[in-house]
Write a protein that binds this ligand. Sequence first.
Ligand SMILES: [Zn+2]
Length: 239
Amino acid sequence: MKITPYGNFLIQLTRLGFVNCYLVREDDGFTLIDTGLPGSTRAILAAANSYGLPIVRLVLTHAHSDHVGSLDALHTELPDAEVAITARDARFLSGDHSLDANEPQVQLRGGYPICKTKPTRKLVHGDRIGSLEVIATPGHTPGHAAFLDLRDRTLIAGDAFQVLGGVAVSGTVKPLFPLPALATWHKPTALQSAQTLRALEPSRLAVGHGRVLVEPLAAMDRAIAVLAHELNGQKRHAA
Ligand SMILES: [Zn+2]
């Protein structure tokens, strides 16, 4: 596992070159954001250990398999850690794949594995968890969340954006790494969420797939413009 620190609080953990999770340093230990693919547990624990700090929170951006893959195994090793995910994506962990009446009635995409671990905390927009503010960013999944570190405006955006294969809003197909786009539920909602994240003026953009971007606003603007253009074109075509 590749370990890359950024600033005082963020450590990126990368497995197989394409799946990231993050350790966020807090006064009482680390918050782990996402758990990677199955089989990542040992490497994640070793990374935290190398800093001499315990993992005290397991927080998930969304319920896709490359983000919750090691949740159950980590929870077994860390039974006292808080486990947090949005109330909306928590339903997927228990196998409930229903859509709500007020959601776009389009097919879910990507893998949503059932997990034994029960969240101890269900998050909604505006909640605080440690130094992180919860930002509801639906689109990639119905209950996707991003996390803004209020100490230095580092934004951990999950799959709301991708960087590997080219910076893109979730939903724009990047041929060199198309997986996030192919797993995206509803592109117009993903575009709105990307605009929400851009308006936060993050100092760093840390995503599920790809390196951390420092001073990311211009790259976010370009990515938002690309998806907006694509969706406008579809509207014109349909009219
Ligand atoms: Zn995903």
